[in-house]
Design a protein around this ligand. Sequence first.
Ligand SMILES: [Zn+2]
Length: 114
Amino acid sequence: MHEIGIMESTIAIAIQHAKAENATRITEITMRIGEMSGVYPPALEFAFDVVTRNTIAENATLKIETIPVCCYCDSCQQAFHPTDWIFACPHCGQLSSKILQGKEIELVSLKIVK
Ligand SMILES: [Zn+2]
């Protein structure tokens, strides 16, 4: 389960930021997860509980923003949201290899208590 590793590095960054602000606790963490990031949100939530144990982020709330996949069609010169996993353009049917978004695994924001 690679979600544990992702969460370990995310929490490490979060704690580093919080400590730089002289925070005593982290109460909320928001992450942005792309539909195509390969991350399974329920596994991420489980990893969050495990990784935050005995840290200043223990019992914090994890918020996950899901980012839909967005592709770009060169022929139509427009972005589209693919309806299946072959990324065919809904206008011309051409397969797109350009993915504009949907692979994000990002730490977005923190709520801290000083
Ligand atoms: Zn097209």
